[in-house]
Design a binder for this molecule. Structure first.
Ligand code: HEC
Ligand code: HEC
Length: 398
């Protein structure tokens, strides 16, 4: 913490000439010190965290293989569904639906996978502890892609290009493919790890907000003009009195943890298990980071698992989503409860549609904000300034 504080102080005063230094100081002086500090902490995006449990995480050949598999529907049960069916790059890696639709109808909303490589936990309930463990879910889920391990390996074996790429990276495919067993499982995990390697490229680009924060640090006039007055006012609310930063903080705009924000429930009586069940599942997952398929089973690589405990408090809690590019990933929330950012802000503002807290000692972080129409517009304008320009060519369909 102390080092972070020092760095922050140093970069806040980095402005290089007198004019710039004055502009930076003047812009900083318009903000409450704690709001300024929170803004500086929210940009820029840091380098990707390493993925020690995945030995090919940063191997470009694995990312290339993973990219081809991400768009390949052949292993799905009906031959039509790939990861991109639900995580469509043209729709900011989501599907535009309230609830996901695979082979069957799901009861949960498809999140965008922008910046998923930064997540501490994957899925709304955090039941996977890595991108590669996550990928097993949709592949094998009977309502999503309905693939089998043997079917997936057969697709690779029968395609000369995929076969060559796979063998160069991982060695020979299991033979015969149809025999279930450790060899087939290993080949399956290799595929998952290649998919994860590709997903590590799906990273958002610089936003207007990032340019503004650079302006706050260095005083460049153009950077400081990257946000207009309404967007700046929205940022000040977000990081200040509207208290969004309590959960959406840091450069990913998430605390990487789980909360109950008292969304309308599917039915009045139905309390979803959320993180409570997610903890049970991730601890029991044979593909978790301390399991036999992990490249690093040591405590340092799996420190998150080490401290995980299922407590009653976690019932009804879901993961705080990151907010970069959020303007283009509607609908929102784990069941697509809200169609627009306006509806999201109405919820936080009044809590008039709120379900009762999920448990006795439920969080008290949320309270009605009673935002004015203008304030809601300002926060919405700020959220829209968190979008970068798409760079599809690096990860679109091969
Ligand atoms: C039928 C639609 C569908 C398909 C196909 C699909 N997904 Fe998803 N994806 C979802 C849904 C729905 C969730 C959230 C599920 C949950 O949390 O329970 C999700 C969650 C994720 C997440 C977690 C993101 C986060 O922030 O927690 C990642 C990563 C992901 N999918 C990657 C993939 C990959 C890789 C594939 C292909 C192997 C894939 N998905 C195929 C619908 C789909
Ligand atoms: C108590 C923690 C907490 C606070 C405070 C909070 N959020 Fe959230 N936010 C969450 C969680 C958790 C979710 C996902 C909830 C779910 O789907 O069950 C979420 C979801 C969202 C989403 C939808 C993202 C998506 O991809 O679906 C937006 C937008 C959002 N919050 C914006 C805000 C804004 C703006 C504020 C301040 C007015 C705020 N949040 C305050 C925890 C919080």
């Amino acid at each position: 913490m102390r080092i972070a504080g020092l760095l922050l102080g140093a970069t806040a005063l980095l402005a290089c000439n007198d004019g710039a230094r004055e502009r930076a100081a003047a812009a900083q002086a318009t903000l409450e010190p704690e709001v300024l500090a929170r803004m500086l902490r929210a940009s820029p995006l840091p380098p990707l965290p390493p993925s020690p449990t995945n030995p090919v995480a940063d191997d470009p050949r694995a990312a290339d293989l993973g990219r081809r598999l991400f768009y390949d529907p052949r292993a799905s049960a009906n031959g039509e569904l790939s990861c991109a069916s639900c995580h469509d790059p043209e729709l900011d890696w989501t599907d535009g639906r309230d609830l996901a639709q695979g082979l069957g109808q799901l009861e949960i909303h498809t999140p965008s996978i922008w910046n998923a490589a930064y997540n501490r936990w994957q899925f709304w309930d955090g039941r996977a502890d890595s991108l590669w463990a996550q990928a097993a879910g949709p592949l094998e889920h009977p309502l999503e892609m309905g693939a089998t391990r043997a079917g997936l390996v057969a697709v690779i074996a029968d395609d000369p290009d995929l076969n060559r790429s796979y063998t160069e990276l991982f060695g020979p495919l299991p033979a015969p493919i149809s025999t279930a067993g450790p060899q087939l499982d290993r080949a399956f995990v290799n595929v998952l790890q290649a998919l994860a390697s590709f997903e590590r490229r799906i990273i958002t680009t610089e936003t207007a907000f990032d340019r503004f924060v650079r302006g706050l640090r260095l005083g460049d006039a153009e950077d400081l003009a990257a946000l207009n007055a309404a967007e700046r006012a929205g940022a000040r609310l977000f990081f200040g009195s509207a208290r969004c930063h309590l959960c959406h903080h840091g450069p990913l705009f998430t605390d990487f943890e789980f909360h109950d924000i008292r969304l309308p429930r599917p039915s009045a009586s139905e309390l979803e298990p959320g993180r409570h069940r997610g903890i049970e599942l991730v601890l029991a997952d044979p593909l978790n980071g301390s399991g036999e398929f992990s490249a690093d089973r040591g405590p340092t690589a799996n420190v998150n698992l080490l401290y995980l405990k299922q407590t009653e408090h976690r019932r009804g809690e879901f993961k705080t989503p990151g907010l970069r590019n959020v303007a283009s990933t509607a609908p929102y929330m784990h069941r697509g409860q809200f169609q627009s950012l306006g509806e999201v802000l109405d919820h936080y503002s009044t809590l008039s549609d709120a379900a009762p807290p999920s448990h006795e000692d439920a969080e008290r972080l949320l309270e009605p904000l009673n935002l004015s129409e203008v304030e809601k517009e300002q926060i919405e304008a700020f959220l829209k300034s968190l979008s970068g320009s798409p760079s599809l060519h690096t990860f679109g369909p091969p």
